[in-house]
Ligand binder design. Structure first.
Ligand code: FE
Ligand code: ZN
Ligand code: FE
Length: 177
C-alpha cells in the first residue's frame, strides 16, 4: 500500500490517518513535556544512579521528539503538539511526590522511580498502539521510527525497575521517619 491509498477520491485523508496524526500530535506534546520534566526529576533524586538514569533518558527523549518530527515529515504533516492530558497529569503527580517526600531520602527515590515508570508505561502503551496503526496504514518507515523509540522506552522502564530492585526499595523500607 502506498500513501496515496490513504486518501479518498476527493483527495482527503482517511479518518484513520487523521486519527493517527492526531495521536502523533499528542505524544509529540508528551515527549516535549518530558524534556522539561526529566531534569526536575534528576535534580530531585537522591542517588547518583537515579539521577543518571533520568539524565540519560532525557537525551533519549530529545531523540524521541526528533523522530516524531521525522514521522510528521514522512506523512507530509506539520509537526504540531496537542496537549496530552494524560502526560500533564502524570507529570503533575511527579511534582507532587517531590513536594511530599524529603530531600536526600531513599523514599524520595522510590517515589520518583514510580513516577518515572508511570510516564514510561504511558509512552509504551502509546507507541505500541501507534506502531500497529502505522502498519495498518502501510507507513512502514513511520512504524520503524516509532519502534526505535518504543525499545528505548522499554529499556528506560527496565532500568528504573533495576534501580528499585538494587536497593532503593530496601533502603526506603528501613528508613526512619
Ligand atoms: Fe519518550
Ligand atoms: Zn494523551
Ligand atoms: Fe520515555
Amino acid at each position: 500500500m502506498c500513501s496515496s491509498d490513504l486518501r479518498n477520491e476527493r483527495g482527503e485523508d482517511s479518518r484513520l490517518l487523521d486519527f493517527f496524526v492526531d495521536e502523533l500530535k499528542d505524544i509529540y506534546w508528551a515527549e516535549q513535556k518530558l524534556v522539561k520534566t526529566l531534569p526536575k526529576l534528576a535534580r530531585a533524586a537522591t542517588t547518583v544512579e537515579l539521577k543518571d538514569a533520568f539524565t540519560s533518558h532525557l537525551k533519549e527523549t530529545e531523540g524521541h521528539v526528533g523522530r516524531l518530527e521525522k514521522a510528521f515529515k514522512l506523512l507530509d504533516k506539520k509537526p504540531v503538539a496537542k496537549k496530552c492530558d494524560a502526560m500533564q497529569g502524570i507529570t503533575e503527580e511527579g511534582s507532587s511526590v517531590i513536594e511530599d517526600t524529603k530531600e536526600g531520602t531513599a523514599t524520595r527515590d522510590v517515589a520518583l522511580v514510580l513516577a518515572g515508570q508511570k510516564a514510561e508505561h504511558y509512552e509504551i502503551a502509546t507507541y505500541g498502539g501507534l506502531i500497529q496503526l502505522a502498519h495498518t496504514l502501510g507507513q512502514e518507515d513511520v512504524a520503524d521510527l516509532l519502534s526505535e523509540t518504543l525499545e528505548e522506552e522499554k529499556a528506560a522502564d527496565e532500568k528504573l525497575t533495576g534501580i528499585a530492585e538494587n536497593g532503593i526499595n530496601y533502603s526506603a523500607a528501613t528508613e526512619s521517619k
